[in-house]
Design a protein around this ligand. Sequence first.
Ligand code: FES
Length: 319
Amino acid sequence: MSDTDLIDVTVAEIVQETPTVKSFRLVRADGEPIGSYTPGAHIDVVGPTAVTRQYSLCGTPDADDAYIVAVKREDLSRGGSSALHELAVGDTLRISRPRNVLGIDRAAAHHVLVAAGIGITPMLSMARYMDVHGISFELHYFARSAEEAAFLPLMQERCPTKLHAHLGIPRAEHDEVLGGLLTDLPAGSHVYTCGPDGFMDTVVAVAGRSLPEEAIHLERFHATEQPDASENTAFEVELEGEVYQVPADRSIVDVLQENGCDVDTSCQEGICGTCIMSVLSGTPEHRDNVLTASEKAANETMAVCVSRTRDARLVLDYY
Ligand code: FES
């Protein structure tokens, strides 16, 4: 993502949703409509300390006047969430256009949203959209307590019959509780999850007992650990007839950008999907958290900021 792709926005409203979560209503600094987005989308926010983080849009997808993001202040924040919590109404930020790695799968007959903690944020726009458009869904919201469950009153008001709040359930019991929720789902159900990694891993494992991989969708907002870089090997990448050498200690995207290729990036951690490219030949070694398991198995696309190959050459194209 280049600087010119970013939009200047002003903080129009701040709401303290829980003791640790604030929501921010962002409008374009030039007064123009900010635009609608697809449910489940997120944006990059460049905070006051120039740290870029991804946040789900949690307002109404069809509205085009403002974006709403919710930020949990992390105890170990390296300047991202804590700096955003210092913002005041009238401050300005830079944001990216919305992107979506957790969209509603139109092939599904029923949608089961399973969120934990701040993972509720992408589910808000999805639930809102499905509620308004009469799409079959249910929303399961796990949180430590009602006080810590951001947007719980809003969801109780908007979709009381679809919302199932699971408050104060010990982690050790998640497997059993999720087992009860995710078995005997209606035919054609898809499951979507967002929350802490351990929680999502449990949802994926439990849902995977009865659903195919392509019916389980998840969104991570931070990278999982990468393999030991000392074991990386060098290889070649071909793009539009040009061949570039990717040394063991460089990423594909670094080499392509250095050679003037127009490859956009944002997170550089394999979580946002900005750098996805098409694979024309060769077998990627996928290291990202953005492609689904079936997309990785198909080997037709790859996230070139983190993924590599053990082949001698990859042939890529712009996506
Ligand atoms: S730049 Fe975000 S996935 Fe590659």
